[in-house]
Ligand binder design. Structure first.
Ligand code: NZQ
Ligand code: ZN
Length: 385
């Protein structure tokens, strides 16, 4: 096992009707900005519950944070916070609203143009406003981690940043809040969480037995509940398990002491930035091809994944690996996520442009061995057609 420093200060308040807990989680003298997305939080009554729970606190609201949150829009929230001297942020929504809130929190006191936060992947952040979240879409894990992904619309750059200053103070996870999600967003949530686990688990063995078993447990849970979550009417237990799996998938726990990959995510971000494909859908396209092409470096873990997660024991090594990758692809497809670029009318002609974007964003040495060069990324994109 590798050395690690595991720190996660986010309080999780889980369960039905837990929005009422905002009253004891948000300081009573706070000047609060509530941030949200389009209409879903108003329509579902979630914003009304939030307003009621915050009671007599001084409240401002900032709506209109769209999926894949835009720097240009978030800067308006930064101005509002600075002008009104607000001192606490509350995100009500999915990963986009939470990521956007993290950016606002870090940008408010940032000297110079806050886009530099993304250009330096968060290393220049020295402070952030405190904030909490009310999660309405289980998928990204943003509710319990210190990562955020922001898009600059002007240049179509979708970049991540990470800094311990943007751990949420608390996150409220009420599985009932997922009942209004359309099936395609639920399917996105399952696949995003699944891929997060894979990108931390499916690298090479380092005797991280605890991390491996946790990761395999999360993958098996997502496989067990996936179809029910997407295809059957909402019920508390499957939604509760989705919510907790997605949070645990990327809060630092299973990453501690083991190598991490994240190349599928970085290629996926370029697909979202250029073509607007939902985040999870880009992962469903890239991951099977990525595993297939990098099977030599990932061989031992692919065999472990095949056996422990999919119970594949028949055939020689390569046959078992092929079966595991095909099971993964079939799982994504069974939830309604297509797994080829051609399903989105993206042809080989687009690959040069994608490679240029990766180069422009410094994504030239990805993966657990930093050996996913632009040449390897090109092969992965070709294999994803
Ligand atoms: O905008 P509204 O009207 O609220 O509708 C949203 C949005 O259209 C809707 N929605 C959310 N909760 C709902 C609901 N509709 C009905 N009922 C509810 N309860 O869902 C749509 C998608 O929301 P969004 O927040 O964009 O989805 P998601 O949570 O999948 O977040 C995706 C973003 O997170 C980033 C992605 O790149 C993408 O920008 N990621 C963040 C990560 C992190 N911070 O650690 C890691 C991830 O890998 C990912 O990159
Ligand atoms: Zn993701």
């Amino acid at each position: 096992m590798q050395n690690f420093d595991f720190y996660n200060p986010t309080r999780i308040v889980f369960g039905e009707k837990s929005i009422a807990r905002l009253d004891d989680l948000v300081p009573t003298d706070a000047r609060v900005l509530v941030l949200y997305g389009g209409n879903s939080a108003e329509r579902s009554g979630t914003l009304a519950e939030v307003r009621a729970a915050l009671g007599a606190r001084k409240l401002w609201e900032f709506g209109g944070i769209e999926p894949n949150p835009a720097y240009e829009i978030l800067m308006r929230a930064v101005e509002l916070v600075r002008t009104e001297k607000l001192d606490f942020l509350l995100a009500v929504g999915g990963g986009s609203v939470i990521d956007g809130t993290k950016f606002v929190a870090a940008a408010v006191s940032f000297a110079g143009d806050p886009w530099a936060i993304l250009e330096t992947f968060g290393s220049t952040v020295t402070d952030a406003l405190p904030f909490g979240t009310v999660l309405t879409l289980p998928a990204t894990g943003s509710e319990m981690n210190c990562a955020s992904v922001i898009t600059k619309q002007e240049t179509l750059a979708k970049l991540p940043f990470m800094t311990p200053f943007v751990y949420p103070k608390f996150s409220i996870l009420d599985p009932v809040k997922t009942y209004t999600l359309p099936p395609h967003q639920l399917a996105n949530g399952v696949v995003d969480a699944f891929t997060h686990v894979i990108e931390q688990y499916l690298t090479y063995p380092t005797e991280g037995r605890v991390q491996d078993r946790f990761a395999e447990g999360l993958l098996q849970t997502l496989i067990e509940i996936g179809s029910k979550v997407v295809n059957e009417p909402a019920d508390f237990d499957s939604r509760a398990n989705l919510m907790w799996s997605a949070t645990m998938a990327v809060n630092g726990l299973i990453a501690a002491g083991v190598p991490q990959d994240w190349s599928t995510h970085m290629l996926g971000h370029e697909l979202t930035a250029l073509y607007g494909i939902d985040h999870a859908r880009t992962l469903a396209i890239i991951l099977p091809a990525m595993l297939h092409l990098r099977r030599e470096n990932k061989r031992a873990k692919l065999l472990q994944y095949a056996e422990r997660v999919w119970q594949i024991t028949e055939g020689d090594e390569d046959e078992r690996i092929d079966q595991a990758i095909e099971k993964t692809r079939a799982f994504f497809e069974s939830l309604g996520l297509k797994t080829h670029l051609s399903d989105y009318n993206i042809s080989a002609d687009e690959i040069d442009r994608l490679i240029q974007q990766l180069q422009a964003h410094g994504m030239t040495q990805l993966g657990e061995h930093q050996d996913v060069t632009l040449e390897v990324s090109r092969k992965v994109l070709e294999a994803s057609l």
